[in-house]
Design a binder for this molecule. Structure first.
Ligand code: LLP
Length: 860
């Protein structure tokens, strides 16, 4: 039979070979993938699930005969399921398995015998598999992998490792592919996990070793690809069980895949990448039950997109911190201390050093837990330096290319860590790995936050379709239904408005009404004030007030604007929450009769007469802040807002002395807070304090509700927010619950329309220039905020070009969006729409460079 030399290697793991329908899948895949690639197919299989564990127990001498009998029964039953005659298909193999117990070596259980026992799982599964596939009419040959794969000879490894956790041989035998190709059948089935030991006996690659077998075959055959078919969709940007928003990584280069496999993901055995990388054979991880998903492809041509591709967490890390003034400019100090680690058989992972301190990490290993090796090491080290063992710690690793060029983007990631104690930071010189070691206790809940922050800051470029696929959540539950933005249907109207002149904000009042009604329909909420700083446009104020909301102001200017716009508005519907305002603004506000909030004792001390006898609210700092960016977190020591809890009693005493009644407690801890539980916690905290404060009747839990700016962000979970408030309100019903959202009410009602001025390519970067930038919308420049950017003139064109969208301001920070997909034909005078800019857009616009402020339009 004329046989081509091209091979495709497919590997199937334990769960993929444990049922009849799974073997049907293997047969179908082999035929389909072979036809698709024009290659002959080598299928590498693991043992039926659970079998290797049983063989392992037999190796350890546990219940040997009962286990053996159960294994024989299980395989016989499986033959029956497959419609095979067990004696014909598997008789000889089962006899060989049982024979191992009669082997004289069985008494002593030496390592070579154990390797042979362990090998039986794959030998059995491949033998019955090939019999079944043939019975289905497929032309499959079978081979014993030990005839083809050799265990490598690695120095300094234990006898155990050299038999039961071998490394593959690196030698590429000349003529291997030709020899293998002489196999008569077009498709061949073989075993994973097993190899030939140098002494002619059996060796195994260790757990997960079937990936390594497939990779070795692929490398030796120069295969077109090695495909690992498994029961997960591929590698993800974080462990999806912990971070459901983790994204499928569709394309990685070998080095990135190696780092991810080594530091976290269990999907691919780390040892399997080396052989394919050296031979330049592409690898793929694919999902047997969802073969239409893109999977993870690993090859050398993956484009070197800089950015964090994945984060992982490793617990049980032990740090050894060694402090000595003696090491400064001392020759050989490190060599001396590392000799001690070697002496105690400990392998060092990360290293951080300064003039007087060296801190290293040890990977979790049984050795550390079960022996007193650390104690012994510490005693030895104490002779040369001061030693501190810090454990248990967690290593959080960011993996990706070009980590160094990303550091500036990580400022908020640093801030996330800033709240924890970071013991060690290590950046690898291959520029692929940045690891933080923190206390294990601090790592709880950190990964989802960090993942979200990496996306938000742009450090993890999830919008790059060449690297990032769907999220785990989307794969499992389908893409969440987001409200379609109103501006798509209003496109014609918006283009007409843009023709009058840009930059121009356009606000749709119906959206404001919808959001206001959502707030009012929240039963637990007794009063809602709109934070007008988000958008004080008169039409918006009238709309919000018309729906029955109050208004929250932070300056005399805002107060005057409110009463100029709404002269009939009762003062009782206005709240004044200034920060570091001058005395006269408090006087004016109190004279107007609005509710005034104060957040420090000094104001009472300096201006006792201003406040004497009045009723006010007290704004507290609950000791923590939250929000979409460091600059909008308004609680915690770094923030200028709120009275610290430690001064609460002192404030009450001062107020009492001035005959001041405190009728409300207030806390607004930040803006754009994703966690819907935040507000119920604030209420619970304030209610606890209010109980001691006497006259309090209202508890204001601030604003801060987020909106989804990025395409993969979800709508705020209003139902969860309401449920949390219901619950806490039921627990402490004494107080009126007050909220004061800004963004949530108006962000999505507004768009910013700009015109393209110039499209320029410079050093490979294509830029779309617009007639408004950081002057019209400061959020991207100030907070690295992400807003959707669309070419409204060419909305039906595919957005296949990648552009940086910039404004006309003479600062390099004048960037509205990086790496944005827009139609390649984008040209001068096209109308660009910047989405979700109804909050903190116009209100923060400025005339820098003497550029005029944007116009504003209302859609009633
Ligand atoms: N209450 C107080 C006391 C506030 O300081 C703020 C906002 C709010 C309520 C309303 O917060 P919201 O619901 O809008 O998150 N310019 C930033 C936001 C700054 C928020 C300042 N204070 C941005 O564009 O993200």
């Amino acid at each position: 039979m004329a046989q081509g030399q091209k091979w495709l290697v497919l590997k199937f793991g334990g769960t993929s070979v444990s049922r009849r329908d799974r073997w049907d899948t293997i047969g179908r895949m082999a035929v389909e993938r072979g036809a698709a690639t024009g290659a002959r197919v080598l299928v590498v299989v693991s043992a039926v699930s659970g079998v290797t564990n049983e063989l392992q127990a037999i190796c350890e001498g546990n219940d040997v005969h009962a286990r053996m009998a159960a294994l024989v029964d299980r395989h016989r039953a499986f033959c029956e399921e497959l419609g095979l005659d067990a004696d014909a298909a598997l008789g000889a193999r089962l006899a060989e398995l049982q024979g191992l117990l009669d082997d004289p070596r069985a008494a002593e259980r030496p390592l070579p015998w154990q390797a042979e026992v362990l090998a039986q799982g794959e030998l059995l599964s491949s033998t019955l598999g090939v019999a079944y596939l043939r019975s289905q009419g497929l032309d499959f040959g079978w081979c014993d992998a030990r005839e083809w794969l050799q265990a490598g000879q690695v120095p300094n490894r234990s006898e155990w490792a050299l038999r039961l956790s071998v490394q593959p041989s690196r030698e590429i035998e000349p003529g291997f592919a030709a020899r293998f190709s002489s196999h008569p059948s077009p498709m061949v089935l073989t075993q994973g996990f097993i190899a030939r030991h140098a002494d002619g006996g059996t060796a195994v690659f260790g757990r997960g070793g079937s990936d390594t077998s497939a990779a070795c075959f692929g490398a030796l055959l120069g295969a077109v690809a090695v495909e690992i078919w498994t029961d997960v969709p591929g590698m993800f940007s974080a462990n999806p069980r912990v971070v459901p928003d983790a994204r499928l990584l569709t394309r990685l280069d070998y080095a990135e895949a190696q780092e991810i496999a080594t530091t976290g993901a269990k999907v691919l055995h780390p040892r399997s990448i080396g052989p394919c990388r050296r031979a330049g054979v592409p690898m793929a991880i694919l999902d047997t039950s969802r073969p239409w998903l893109p999977g993870t492809r690993i090859d050398a041509s993956a484009s070197a997109v800089p950015g964090v591709k994945a984060i992982s967490r490793r617990d049980g890390v032990v740090l050894v911190s060694m402090e000595s003034i003696g090491m400064w400019q001392e020759v050989g100090f490190l060599s001396d201390i590392f000799a001690l680690f070697k002496h105690h058989g400990l392998s060092v992972d990360l290293i951080g050093s300064s003039e007087t301190n060296v801190t290293i990490s040890l990977d979790p290993s049984d050795n550390l837990v079960t022996s007193n090796v650390l104690e012994a090491l510490a005693t030895d080290l104490a002779r040369v330096c001061r030693v501190k063992v810090i454990a248990p710690c967690t290593g959080i690793t960011l993996v990706g290319r070009g980590m160094r060029s990303l550091l500036h983007r990580l400022s908020d990631v640093w801030a996330t860590f800033g709240r924890e104690r970071v013991h060690l930071i290590s950046q690898s010189s291959n520029d692929l790995n940045l690891t933080f070691v923190i206390d294990e206790a601090d790592a709880e809940g950190l990964l989802p936050l960090l993942h979200a922050e990496l996306i938000r800051s742009g450090a993890m470029p999830v919008l790059d379709p060449g690297v990032f696929g769907p999220s785990w959540r989307e794969i499992e539950f389908g893409r969440p239904q987001r409200r379609e933005p109103w501006w798509i249907a209003a496109r014609g109207d918006l283009l007409a408005r843009a023709a009058v002149g840009t930059p121009r904000y356009v606000y749709r009042l119906e959206t404001v009404r919808e959001r206001a009604r959502e707030m009012l329909a929240t039963t637990a909420v007794d009063r809602c004030y709109f934070a007008i700083k988000a958008n004080p446009h008169p039409a918006i104020l009238r709309t919000v007030a018309g729906e029955g909301l109050g208004l929250e102001c932070v300056s005399l200017g805002e107060l005057q604007h409110v009463f100029a716009t709404l002269p009939e508005l009762p003062a009782s519907r206005v709240l004044f929450t200034p920060s570091f305002a001058p005395r006269r603004e408090y006087e004016a506000a109190l004279a107007m009769g609005v509710t005034v909030t104060l957040d420090n004792i000094e104001a009472l001390q300096r201006w006792p007469d201003v406040f004497r006898g009045h009723t006010i609210w007290l704004r507290l700092d609950l000791g923590r802040g939250d929000g979409h960016h460091e600059k909008v977190r308004t609680g915690g020591v770094a923030a200028k807002f709120g009275l610290p809890l430690a001064r609460f009693d002192a404030f009450l005493a001062h107020a009492h002395a001035l005959d001041i009644r405190i009728s409300g407690l207030h806390a607004h801890l930040g803006s754009g807070i994703d966690d819907p539980r935040h507000w119920r916690e604030v209420y619970a905290h304030l209610a606890g304090l209010a109980d001691t404060a006497g006259d309090v009747e209202a508890i204001d839990i601030g604003g801060g509700l987020p909106i989804p700016y990025t395409p993969d962000a979800q709508d705020f979970d209003l139902a969860a927010w309401r449920a949390g408030l219901d619950e806490i309100k039921a627990a402490c019903p004494r107080y009126a619950l007050v909220v004061e959202p800004g963004r949530y009410l108006v962000a999505q009602c507004g768009v910013l329309l700009l015109s393209v001025t110039q499209v320029v390519e410079k050093d490979g970067v294509h830029r779309v220039g617009c007639d408004g930038g950081m002057n019209a919308l400061m959020r991207p420049a100030l907070y690295d905020a992400w807003h959707g950017i669309h070419n409204l003139s060419r909305l039906e064109d595919a957005a296949t070009g990648t552009f940086e969208v910039v404004g006309p301001i003479c600062e390099s920070g004048d960037v509205l969006g990086r790496n944005r997909q827009l139609p390649t034909a984008t040209a001068e005078d096209d109308v660009i729409l910047v989405a979700d800019s109804g909050a903190y857009g116009m209100t923060m616009a400025n005339t820098y460079n003497l550029r005029a402020l944007p116009a504003e339009d209302i859609i009633e």
